[in-house]
Design a protein around this ligand. Structure first.
Ligand code: CIR
Length: 254
């Protein structure tokens, strides 16, 4: 969670048509843009250098740069998103990653792997399958091996879209998780902070250096983290929440 740089992408007007599992109405472009702007400001304040790529009208979900690639200080991995409309986002982000990293690996084979299904902890990289299939997860493990990163594949419980929709890392030994994901037993060795009932979408929080960014619509989670001694930065996620996104989705961090 110590980062020096991030890559983000300006939302396109087409973002209103972003994918969603359940329709709760379209977000507004202006609303998404305002949430994105506040996010970039919070990142700068947290001490990271921010690079912002141009909007891509042809890809409504391209603002969520976390999904087509995975980055580490050791190098980047180009993935293959499990949603058909998002696969070509990889080609769009590849040149930027080739400029930024000496080592850029491509996911071998034909399996699918989404960055949102991956949780990087101090010790290892956890891969949960939702939009990631078995072939994709194994291919990703071979790339992580090449970068010298330990990894493990764990199973996502029914109903969880992306692994990181339901959890985030708070520090080296602590995860913030929904009860449904924690109950599945994937976080055996971690201390677990459980999201209060009814605020499940708050689980996609984001620790960046000294602060934890948390959705502003989740007062009980904010209070809980505040009491636990974390420096909380509330950020509005109401509009991006309508297209199943949270705070981690809007950047690649290293
Ligand atoms: C999608 O369904 O692909 C987007 N509407 C939301 C992506 C969220 N990404 C993430 O959790 N990493």
């Amino acid at each position: 969670y110590n980062f020096n740089r991030i890559i983000a992408r300006t939302p396109s007007r087409s973002v209103v048509n972003g994918l969603r599992a359940e329709d709760r109405g379209n977000p507004t472009y202006e609303g998404v843009k305002a949430e994105h702007d506040a996010y970039l400001q919070a990142m700068q304040k947290a001490g990271v250098e921010v690079a912002v790529l141009p909007a891509l009208e042809a890809f409504p979900d391209a603002i969520f740069v976390e999904d087509p690639a995975l980055v580490f200080t050791e190098g980047a991995i180009l993935l293959r998103p499990g949603a058909a409309t998002r696969v070509k986002e990889v080609e769009e982000i590849a040149p930027t990653l080739r400029d930024a990293f000496e080592t850029v690996l491509e996911l071998p084979g034909t399996g699918y792997a989404d960055g949102g299904d991956v949780l990087t902890t101090g010790e290892s990289v956890m891969i949960l399958s939702a939009r990631t299939d078995k072939a994709g997860a194994e291919a990703l493990q071979s790339c992580l091996d090449r970068l010298g990163r330990k990894s493990e594949i764990v199973a996502t419980p029914e109903g969880v879209l992306h692994f990181k929709t339901d959890c985030s890392l708070l520090d080296d030994e602590t995860v913030l998780s929904t009860n449904r994901l924690a109950r599945s037993g994937v976080f055996g060795k971690f201390k677990q902070v459980i999201i209060p009932e009814g605020e499940e979408a708050a689980a996609n929080a984001l620790r960046v250096n000294d602060v934890v960014m948390v959705g502003a619509d989740f007062p009980r989670t904010i209070e809980m983290l505040d009491r636990a001694g974390f420096k909380v930065v509330p950020l509005k996620t109401t509009e991006i929440g309508k297209i199943d996104a949270g705070l981690s989705c809007m950047s690649l961090r290293w």
